[in-house]
Design a protein around this ligand. Structure first.
Ligand code: S3P
Length: 173
């Protein structure tokens, strides 16, 4: 409970901002994608190819719901966590949800590791990313307590700004 949950599109910086923010807040950092890969013993691309996206979404929800019993942390969630209503409900229940906003162009320039992003590994990455981001933007915004634009900011600057926002939010509670 009382996690800081980082959500947003692929390449928004959840996994790079997360550890920096966690250090500023004195909390552990948890990356849900990394947990799933470690637990399943297979990279995300293999999980998608062998078990399918629906199975990956179940694993993702399972990893998120396990947070309810664990000590507070900064948690980087996979970009698709908001696609299921259960995911959105869990996020709201678990703590403070932070939406790292980005653009398709920024996403495509940042993501080099296509192996963990099978949804953007096809030949039409721009079209695919545009359609996915369009379909998700409202969902990210719907569950977010805090939103921040990441374009043009380094992960350190994003973490710094978020730490200030989160501390002031805590102070006025
Ligand atoms: C996905 C995002 C990825 C990973 C998987 C699916 C998505 O995580 O969970 O490839 O549907 O947006 P990142 O958002 O950390 O890249």
């Amino acid at each position: 409970m009382n996690d800081i949950l980082l959500i947003g599109f692929m390449g928004a910086g959840k996994s790079t901002v997360g550890p920096k923010l966690a250090a500023r807040l004195g909390l552990p950092f948890v990356d849900l994608d990394a947990e799933i890969v470690a637990e399943q013993g297979r990279p995300i691309a293999d999980l998608f190819a062998e078990a399918g996206e629906a199975r990956f979404r179940e694993l993702e929800l399972c990893a998120l719901s396990a947070r309810e019993l664990l000590p507070a942390a900064v948690v980087a969630c996979g970009g698709g966590i908001v696609t299921r209503p259960e995911g959105r409900e869990l996020l709201k229940r678990l703590g403070t949800v932070v939406y790292l906003r980005t653009t398709v162009a920024e996403t495509l320039s940042r993501i080099r590791d296509k192996g963990s992003r099978p949804l953007l590994a096809g030949p039409n990455a721009v079209e695919d990313a545009t359609a996915l981001l369009d379909s998700r933007s409202e969902l990210y915004a719907e569950v977010a307590d805090i939103q921040i634009d990441t374009v043009g900011l380094t992960p350190s600057r994003v973490a710094e700004r978020l730490a200030v926002l989160l501390k002031s939010k805590e102070a006025i509670r």
